[in-house]
Design a binder for this molecule. Structure first.
Ligand code: PLP
Length: 386
């Protein structure tokens, strides 16, 4: 089995598995005041510190991390909770991009149905249209939410620059970035992005599924500009009620610790594998969609000649190779990827595009095998179509 679908999810690191097995023994509720509760609390707070450090925060700043059930929930909390605050500056406009993950895009649609005006900034070639942003950013904007790394093309959007402009024009605006695909992968320092809110997810960095986090800046807390979307017992500083998922949170902490230590060498390894995949794809007769600006090291978007991505996905799968057609998170909905259309592909090209996403333990030999199978597959499936 060759696993090239690491943007959909990653395998647990052995040390993460071990940490989770140990945490299973600790069944206390972290909100309980007795010994068992305190043991569970220690696991949660230890993990919070590791996640904080992995984002470039200090240990003393770990309370800025709010654990959620996934990246999707972190995005929903940021977008819905960011504009519903009573303290908000009464703005009725929200600015986002035309290529967000459904966990942001569908939250935007809900807000549109509630009367907010949502402007989507173009991302042709994987580059944010800063002129379009400057033309619509004003005092009436309540929230700017833009992903940092696109999950289908690997384009790194310059959200740091966008948020800097946004804050200059309207210091009350809330800035949020979906950092799920950039976390511990892209050459981006999240604390330098001028972001009030940052979403991450554990299962993209060799942690467990079912746990994510939202970084909340101290200014956002001070000005009460974020309100919870889940009501209950007030866990996670009142921002996310519900008894914490101690086992998954403990696993998240270990994945963050291990990933942070190895981030530079992992990135170097991924860049080298990425260029090998690009060469293999080109040799096989496919086109690589290379973003014009910065790029994430682990994602390669490949457009096939006149073959539907689903057909190629099934062919590769039959040969033991796992890739995805567009984003796995949205692949159960039949619509054509808005990210790829936003990038500049036609509907037909988007419908023929597969995504290879790598992890540092993939090998050159796997890439060679992928290249051979892809070349054979293209030769056979194109002929079959005639
Ligand atoms: N944001 C992006 C860019 C993603 O790629 C994903 C998942 O693929 C998510 C958010 C959602 O994360 P989760 O699967 O933890 O809900």
């Amino acid at each position: 089995m060759i696993y090239f679908d690491n943007s959909a999810t990653t395998e647990l690191l052995p040390s993460v598995k071990q940490k989770m097995i140990e945490a299973l023994e600790c069944f206390g509720n972290p909100s309980s005041r007795h010994t068992l509760g305190m043991d569970a609390r220690r696991l949660v707070e230890g993990a919070r510190t590791q996640v904080a450090l992995s984002l470039g925060l200090r240990e003393s700043e770990s309370q800025r991390i709010i654990f959620t059930s996934c990246g999707t929930e972190a995005n929903n909390l940021a977008v819905l909770g960011g504009v519903r605050s009573k303290q908000r500056n009464k703005g009725s406009r929200i600015i986002t991009t035309d290529s967000e993950h459904p966990s942001v895009e569908n939250a935007m649609r809900r807000l549109e149905s509630e009367g907010f005006e949502v402007t989507r900034i173009r991302t042709v070639g994987g580059v944010l249209d800063i002129e379009q942003f400057e033309a619509c950013m004003n005092q009436n904007v309540a929230l700017v939410s833009m992903m940092c790394v696109n999950n289908e093309t690997g384009a790194v959007y310059d959200v740091g620059r966008i948020f800097e402009i946004a804050k200059k024009i309207n210091p009350n605006v809330i800035t949020h970035t979906d950092f799920v695909q950039g976390y511990l992968k892209a050459d981006v320092e999240p604390m330098k992005l001028n972001a009030d809110l940052i979403s991450i997810s554990a299962h993209k960095i060799h942690g467990p599924k079912g746990v994510g986090a939202l970084y909340v800046s101290p200014e956002t807390v001070k000005t009460k500009r974020l309100v919870s979307v889940i009501e209950g017992g007030g866990q996670e500083s009142g921002m996310r009620s519900g008894t914490e998922n101690v086992v998954c949170i403990a696993g998240f902490g270990e994945a963050a610790r291990a990933g942070y230590i190895r981030r530079a060498e992992n990135r170097e390894r991924l860049i080298s594998l990425r260029s090998a995949v690009e060469q293999a794809a080109a040799f096989a007769g496919a086109a690589v969609n290379i973003p014009q600006g910065e790029r994430a090291p682990h994602i390669v978007s490949i457009t096939l000649p006149r073959i539907k991505s689903e057909t190629m996905l099934n062919y590769l799968s039959s040969k033991g190779i796992c890739v995805s057609s567009g984003s796995a998170c949205s692949s159960h909905s039949a619509h054509i990827s808005s990210s790829l259309i936003g990038f500049g592909l036609t509907q037909q090209q988007a419908d023929s595009t597969i995504r290879v996403s790598l992890c540092e333990s993939n090998t050159e030999d796997e890439v060679r095998q992928f290249g051979d199978v892809l070349r054979d597959g293209i030769g056979m499936l194109v002929r079959f179509k005639r």
